[in-house]
Design a protein around this ligand. Structure first.
Ligand code: HEC
Length: 191
């Protein structure tokens, strides 16, 4: 968002904001890098069906005391989230409805906003941080994710953030408007 805003302000065209700021074409092959350091690595995983078995192998490796690296493409994670959604829907329906007002308080008090943006629009920590507004993850998967978060996302145990509080944050995120459609953004941003 910030990069796009700066590119617009300098009339550089917002579609070029990733030049020099994002490593892609080709993406870094992290699994191969890991292997270069003698660490177990798998990926990049493009097929959602390959994610679950890869996770099992990586977890087994970690349990045996070795580090493991899994590289998955973001789209796969989104699809995996959707698959998980299918599995847990019935449980999610049983969950008590969250309180978005308390959720907003916690989202600010617990520092989620520092990395994910005040409007859940996403941001930057050591790399791009996902947007959370209009969150697609069902509440059960959301809570499970917070308990054991990957990479730079800090984990929040139940001692720090109860299931109820996490469900309140989820309700708040669901209530946020999310990004505008491209057609609703005024063309003269850089005037
Ligand atoms: C220090 C920065 C930081 C803080 C604080 C933080 N997060 Fe994150 N979060 C991240 C990063 C980085 C990722 C992406 C992790 C990855 O997959 O590599 C992430 C991912 C997520 C995701 C997964 C989204 C997706 O679409 O994959 C959820 C949900 C989430 N965070 C919720 C929260 C909540 C709720 C809080 C506060 C209780 C919080 N985060 C606090 C950095 C942070």
């Amino acid at each position: 968002m910030y990069l796009q805003a700066m590119a617009a302000r300098l009339s550089r065209g917002i579609t070029n904001a990733d030049i020099g700021t994002t490593i892609k074409d080709p993406f870094v092959d992290y699994a191969t890098l890991a292997k270069g350091f003698g660490v177990y690595g798998e990926g990049p995983i493009r097929d959602p069906d390959a994610l679950a078995p890869a996770l099992k192998r990586a977890i087994a490796m970690v349990k045996s005391g070795q580090p493991a690296l899994l590289d998955r493409l973001a789209a796969v994670a989104a699809i995996a989230g959707a698959l998980v959604a299918g599995v847990v829907t019935s449980r999610a329906e049983d969950a008590p409805a969250g309180d978005p007002v308390n959720g907003k308080r916690l989202y600010l008090a617990d520092g989620c906003f520092e990395c994910h943006g005040r409007a859940g629009q996403g941001g930057r920590f050591n790399y791009l941080t996902p947007a959370l507004a209009q969150i697609a993850l069902p509440v059960e998967s959301f809570i499970a994710f917070l308990r054991e978060a990957p990479n730079d996302m800090p984990s929040f145990s139940a001692d720090v953030l109860s299931d109820k509080d996490a469900a309140d944050i989820h309700a708040y995120l669901s209530s946020l408007p999310g990004p505008k459609a491209a057609k609703d953004i005024p063309p003269n941003l850089n005037q």
